[in-house]
Design a protein around this ligand. Structure first.
Ligand code: NDP
Length: 285
């Protein structure tokens, strides 16, 4: 019989509100098991007014790090020691790493998305329509521009939010970016290579919600991406497949940002295949 030398688990997790529908634990713990790591990933309900105590708790218990989801990605900045350049530019943190007692905030949402797209085509020179201007869109827009996209169109209902993101991308990266107010059905411009739904349209429980886009303008040469992880087969993804488009669902982005998070926390390389298949097993129709 082998000697058990430690009964201590390392802890990471996600703080959110609401958080119960967040499936991240499934893929991260599957990766830990496959890597032979006795780590736990906890899904923790933290109300906005409790974020400070929750972060102090994680520090006191020497967690190795944690993810943040709605509504904590901006508020957490007040509780960290250092930020990555991407987190500063995006103005939000989704991944915190305990670096020998120093709490470092990064933003891996956009990098995860970028990785998913780059597996299909190089983003260099691509013309992108970015639907939405919230936290996910900010992360995606900045990373696509930094990676060499030729042009971005930000499409958003709220004019102020849309214009802020357009200016941020243009000023910080120099990539030509224009803003279109989202009214009625958005017609995708000719020559667009990638369309990204970075809104919350289609997220559980509103699973049949339709992205207001003119279906006639969605041609088969366009790569269509959705950030919605739950459920992964959104109306938008199904409609794009029907049009013959190459699609990238929200699980790809989730898995890829999870891969980056595990790498940052453990210094080791997880298997994206194991992570995706763990998620697929819980999203079986
Ligand atoms: P925010 O609340 O910051 O932004 C929401 C965005 O969606 C805004 O641009 C908002 O427009 C737009 N929107 C919402 N409803 C509608 C509608 N009916 N018509 C048009 N626009 C609409 O949320 P986040 O950016 O943080 O998150 C967005 C989504 O991204 C979430 O569903 C989340 O699950 C997903 N996500 C997925 C990740 C993954 O790994 N797959 C990682 C991170 C997020 P307006 O400004 O006009 O209100």
């Amino acid at each position: 019989m082998s000697t058990v030398w430690s009964f201590k688990q390392e802890l990471v997790g996600v703080f959110g509100h609401p958080v119960a529908e967040n499936p991240t634990q499934v893929m991260i713990e599957a990766a830990f098991t496959e890597m032979g790591l006795d780590w736990r990933y906890l899904t923790v309900e933290v109300r906005p007014e409790d974020l400070g105590p929750a972060v102090r708790g994680a520090k006191a218990m020497n967690w190795m790090g944690f993810n943040l989801t709605i509504p904590h990605k901006v508020a957490v900045l007040d509780h960290l020691d250092r930020l990555s350049p991407a987190a500063v530019m995006i103005g939000a943190v989704n991944c915190v790493i305990n670096q020998a007692g120093e709490w470092f905030g990064d933003n891996t949402d956009g990098k995860g998305f970028l990785q998913a797209v780059q597996e299909v085509r190089s983003i260099k020179g691509a013309r992108v329509a970015l639907l939405g201007a919230g936290g996910a869109a900010r992360a995606i827009g900045v990373e696509l521009a930094l990676a060499g996209a030729a042009h971005l169109t930000v499409v958003n209902r709220d004019v102020h939010r849309g214009q802020l993101l357009t200016k941020l991308i243009r000023d910080r990266t120099g990539v030509p970016t224009n803003f279109v107010t989202w009214e009625g059905m958005y017609p995708v411009s000719e020559g667009t290579d990638v369309v990204v739904n970075a809104t919350s349209i289609g997220l559980y429980p509103d699973v049949e919600a339709r992205v207001p886009i003119d279906p006639q303008t969605l041609t088969s040469d366009i790569i269509v991406c959705d950030v919605i992880p739950n459920p992964p087969r959104t109306w938008f993804i199904r409609e794009a497949e029907r049009k013959g488009c190459r699609v990238i669902d929200g699980l790809e982005m989730l898995v890829n940002q999870g891969v980056i998070g595990i790498r940052l926390w453990t210094g080791k390389e997880p298997s994206p295949r194991v992570m995706r298949s763990a998620l697929e097993s819980v999203f079986q129709p």
